[in-house]
Design a protein around this ligand. Sequence first.
Ligand SMILES: Nc1ncnc2c1ncn2[C@@H]1O[C@H](COP(=O)(O)OP(=O)(O)OP(=O)(O)O)[C@@H](O)[C@H]1O
Length: 918
Amino acid sequence: MTTTLKPGPLTFISAKITAPEAPPALLPRERFTDGLQDLDAVKLLLVHAPAGYGKTTTVAERLDALNLAAAWYRLEASDNQLSQFGGYLVHSLDRATAGGCAATLNTLQTAGFDSLEALLTSLLAELESWDSPLMLVLDDYHLIDNPDIHGALRFLLRHLPASLRLVLVTRTLPPIGVAQLRMQGRMTEITSRDLAFAADEAQAYLERRLPFEVSRESIERAVRRVEGWISALQLLSASAATSTDFNEFVDQLEVGNQHIFDYFDELVGQTLTDQQRRFLLRTSILDRFNAGLVMRVMDDTDGQALLSSLLSMGLFIAPVDASALWFRYQPLFSVYLRHLLTCTTEENRRELHQRAADAWLELDHAEEAARHAVAADDPDRINQVLRLHGRKFFTEGQFSLLQRCLDALAQDQIAEDPTLTLLRAWVAQGQYRFDEVENWLSAAETRLQASLSEDTQKAVHGEFSAIRAQVAMNYGDGDRALALAREAIEQEARYLPTSRVAAASVIGEALFVRGELEEAMARMQDTEHLARAHQAHQNVLWALCQQSEISVAMGLLQKAYNVQERAFQYAEENQLNHLPILEFLFRIRSQIMWEWHHLESAERCALQGIEILEAQGERWYVQSYTTLAKVAQARGRQSLCADYIGKIQKMLAAGDYHLDWVANAHATMLSYWDAVRDQEAIQRWLTVAPECDPDAATNHFYQCNGRNRARALMSLGRWADAQPLLESLVRVARQLGLNTDLNRNHISLAYLYWQQEQREPALAQLTQALELASTTGAVGSFLRLGKVLIVMLKALINEGTLAGMELQRAERLIQLAQQQRDFSRAIRISLDEAIIQDIIDRPDVPELIRTSPLTRREWQILSLIHAGLSNDQIAEHLKVASTTVKTHIRSLYQKQNISHRSEAIELAKDLLSKIQGE
Ligand SMILES: Nc1ncnc2c1ncn2[C@@H]1O[C@H](COP(=O)(O)OP(=O)(O)OP(=O)(O)O)[C@@H](O)[C@H]1O
């Protein structure tokens, strides 16, 4: 270094050496505290990530929050001049140390320095005596390309005084020997992966910025799409005026957003060389890449050099894992690049995809190979991939990938190959397109009749029977399903190794649906073993999920939970966490969590289900939305619940779903309508509700469907119609050991009797429900009744017949029901002696209630006045004359010294709130 650093009377822009101002809605990020506080040992913190990841803001926010002294220097291209760099550096440190660098500053302004190193030497000597921790932050360091400055930094790092720590904020890795520093453990790093906003942070940030409520599901989807990139979240929050806008914006991100494209254009568009541009365009088709793959799609010989040059650009590329050999584009950047690729004719996209397909196939990565073969619209390559890996895709449950592959093949090509036909038919069945299944099977049978030997035809027929059995099952024809499955299981599978496993599974399902629970469980265990032997992951998980469902039906929820644990473990061991079937597992887990009133876990599982199914489309979210609606209702979040109910209704109207799903969704819709007293909706539902025969309700979905009807009738006050229905459901459930349903039916019947003021049978039903709850652990099904549950349980406890576990459960349920928020603010609670006694016993009740006690009738009338009923309505409700009601009201007013109805409402509100805990 020979330059003389003598800047003379330089004008300093003070903003360059001042920490940036905090943005609006600044979110504190405590998780970076350690990174800044624990720098003593390493001395260098390297914050490197692409543009807009919040590097500067995070560092500034944490330094400020932790009250750490800092010298800030924000760099620009002009700071590559050594004299400017040296000048600002000294000024910045001098300001932060309140004149602690005066001597260096003086020399700089008078004699100057021969080199940057000489200046640093003077600075370091002066700072030697500075004894409290001081951070030197060099922001936007990627703008520095002067090797002398990089050299100066290396020098600085070697000789840092005890109190000084260096923070480099940059988009690219600076050439200051980072690899060595990393290996020697002499620096810590914060990367885009760390800076990305997690869902909780995004939620906190968006709640500060948005004037409307956004569901957790939307937030998680947004975070996934932008991968936590705060700049995109900021744009999102500035662009959306309603939650619908918000969701639309998030959906659009998959195809692209012009503002984001403009941002990337500004960032990279101008600066790229032709080779870099070609690189980005060509590799944009890859979901991930390493040097070898880059070489193949670039048709170049030095993949590593190409990759390194790309990485040094500080673009939106992240390592896939810790090995740092595989990389991928940030999803929004990837959308941008793919958009550029479609806008140019320079590149032959088909050819690129063909090259990629071949490269992946060579690496034995079948899924990627298949995706590129499909994108290249290349039936030969698709056929090649399917021949090698089609069965594997199937056993892993990669249905949508299989479908895309098969869609590209000609019908004849499929019909002449039993394996392809089976795959095609299973995919259609998995997507609930049952009519198609038969078309594919018969087309192949016609075609193969002439060419195959009788023996081979028999084998084909056997395997076709397995799938026909599954379809029959889905159509609800258990007998036919059983017959076909038994036929299929006798045949050795030649074309799809899992055909017999599938047949075994159908047998188990058919028995389950018929209510033969023990036998069904045994068959499902067999299926699991058979599937394990074939390494048929999809079938193993399916069999485990079915065992869980059977256990739930038996009322053994803890056992079901344990089976689910085994399934989760299996998925983890075999790295299957991305398979669509995992959604089934999460779904049934969320159902148990809801029943046990672990609402957070229930919500989490439903959200995970949605994440897994994201690529399959919203049509498959019905069940997850149902859980989310239930959770929203249990939390008293009415508008959120209404949103989900709206979505579910739309989806049910547009799709053809299995009764299991439909009944579940209907139960939630009815519960919501009941809570908001939308009797019209319930009435309408009754006119189109699925048929139900309670005497044949041999499984959980028929039971649920029957109970739905009963609950709808109860909501409309048609008690006499609901009662026999529920009684039949109880009888069948008891007979078959469908204990979870039995539990729920008893709860419904208890409610029915209670509403009809038939106290004794109501309490008897409730007792049975509590007894069953000892094994089911049911909570959610009780709480669904709302506040009236409190009264019923208090009445029951008052009887003195409950003891042990049941008593404890009843007390816990009362507590939970008291905490539960009703949608309607109006207090709806009917009164019973036990409740009245409870009120009177409280020390904080108005004196008059004790000294001039009300009769039971007067209490009832008080609560009905409070519920907003007119005198005539009260008379009708109590089945007495209007004049009688008036007499009671007069007496009540007199006793409590009341002269207006509003005072009566206030009194009731005060008294009842003591009981229901709001
Ligand atoms: N914690 C936060 N709370 C609120 N807003 C934030 C937060 N972090 C970042 N932002 C906002 O996100 C945007 C990008 O942040 P910032 O400028 O710090 O990113 P950067 O990674 O330093 O970008 P560049 O490389 O372009 O300098 C800014 O508009 C900033 O206000």
